[in-house]
Design a protein around this ligand. Structure first.
Ligand SMILES: *Cc1c(COP(=O)(O)O)cnc(C)c1O
Length: 386
């Protein structure tokens, strides 16, 4: 998709290329096969818009959808998505009965959540679908190895009583984006031990899964029956050290673009934006971009973030404010076509034409591509290109 052929947006928009997303899911299926793909669509599909992205992922053959929060899973069901869904981040007081009624798979991270699900099953008259999550070393949620046998035994008992169906056994890596990190091997060993106990206890033939995007792309032995890529579905590389998206056959899905609201001439030594962290070094033209930290443009990108205007790269001049930032366009050269109000500004996109990518932004401000796309704010319209 060329962003140039589309008419510029009124202010700022996140164009979401669903073709690219489908192509990424197909590519991930190829890489993971015969393991199936669970497309992770938590956090509004990493800022891309959950329901349209989930639909596109399923069209491209994602067998499962994954969400962190229960309300995300319920929103997918409410939108008519019928594929299996796993949700894994729960707190006491969550509406487990609603999840059971909706046929959503609930991850069990400890005896408390198994108890909560069993309490909810009574009123639903259908067995709860649950997946037992082992903490193999991440130290976030999941069942610690010493509690694993007891929770597995309880789950087996509940399954025999017709209260639950244990559909999966799973875990999550801490450092899969650093191939060769010693924790990777330790976590795989710990997962195999957890599987061995569960299978001996009666949970044979359940879906086993562990791989996020980096493990899907770099560690075939972690694929088991199912992989759970998130960021790769949206066409970003999980870490620049692993390669750029094209190295894996992935295409960035989001293009964040707007238009210049204003271009004006200013004299030398003119301060720019709050705090005057930037001063012009000569007579120049300033371009105003109506995008700010309320839109998810990091304030940390002040004097750093790259933008693309008229086929050239510029860097943000001065502070990113709540609603706007400024670019120093330089003096108009003789006969040079200079950017004008209304011209398109690409903040990040596929980068094919030399324009900046989400990874470039991540690098400029010391974060990861995940955060750059996920934090794009609610007031930025998502425009779906299909
Ligand atoms: C977010 C998440 C994923 C996807 O991670 P990526 O690195 O984006 O592929 C997979 N599994 C769990 C449990 C997650 O929380």
């Amino acid at each position: 998709m060329s962003t140039r052929t589309a008419a510029p947006p009124a202010r700022l928009e996140a164009r979401v290329d669903l073709d690219a997303l489908r192509s990424n899911v197909r590519r991930l299926r190829e890489i993971a096969g015969p393991a199936q793909v669970m497309a992770v669509v938590k956090a509004d599909a990493y800022g891309h818009g959950m329901v349209p992205c989930a639909r596109a992922a399923v069209q491209a053959g994602a067998a499962w959808l994954g969400t962190a929060l229960p309300e995300e899973a319920l929103a997918l069901r409410a939108a008519g998505l019928e594929v299996p869904i796993l949700t894994w981040l729960h707190a006491p007081g969550d509406d487990f009965a609603a999840l059971v009624r909706a046929g959503v798979d609930v991850s069990i991270s400890g005896q408390w959540s198994l108890d909560a699900v069993l309490a909810a099953v009574g009123g639903t008259r259908r067995p709860a679908r649950i997946q037992l999550k082992a903490d193999t070393g991440l130290g976030r949620n999941g069942i610690q190895p010493r509690e694993w046998p007891a929770v597995v035994d309880e789950a087996v008992k509940a399954e025999r009583a017709g209260l639950v169906e244990v559909t999966g056994l799973w875990s999550h890596f801490a450092c899969a984006d650093e191939p060769g990190h010693p924790s990777i091997r330790r976590q795989l060993t710990s997962f195999h031990e957890a599987l061995e106990y569960a299978e001996a206890a009666g949970l044979r033939g359940r879906l086993r899964h562990m791989a996020n995007s980096p493990a899907t792309l770099t560690l075939p032995e972690s694929h088991f029956d199912l992989v759970r890529p998130g960021v790769a579905v949206y066409g970003l590389s999980p870490a620049p050290e692993l390669g750029v998206p094209a190295d894996f056959g992935l295409r960035p899905v989001m293009t964040l673009r707007g238009r210049l609201a204003l271009v004006k001439q200013v004299p030398e030594a003119h301060g720019v934006s709050y705090g005057h962290t930037y001063h012009t070094t000569g007579e120049t033209r300033l371009g105003l971009v109506p995008a700010g930290y309320a839109d998810g443009i990091p304030r940390a990108a002040s004097d750093r973030g790259p933008v693309w205007i008229g086929g050239r790269r510029y860097v943000i001049a001065g502070r990113v404010a709540m609603d706007q930032f400024v670019v120093d366009l330089g003096p108009a050269g003789p006969g040079e076509q200079s950017p004008a109000a209304g011209d398109e500004v690409v903040l990040f996109g596929p980068g094919e034409d030399g324009g900046p990518t989400a990874q470039d932004w991540a690098q400029a401000i010391g974060t990861i591509g995940y955060e750059v796309v996920t934090r794009i704010g609610g007031r930025v319209p998502r425009v779906y290109v299909d």
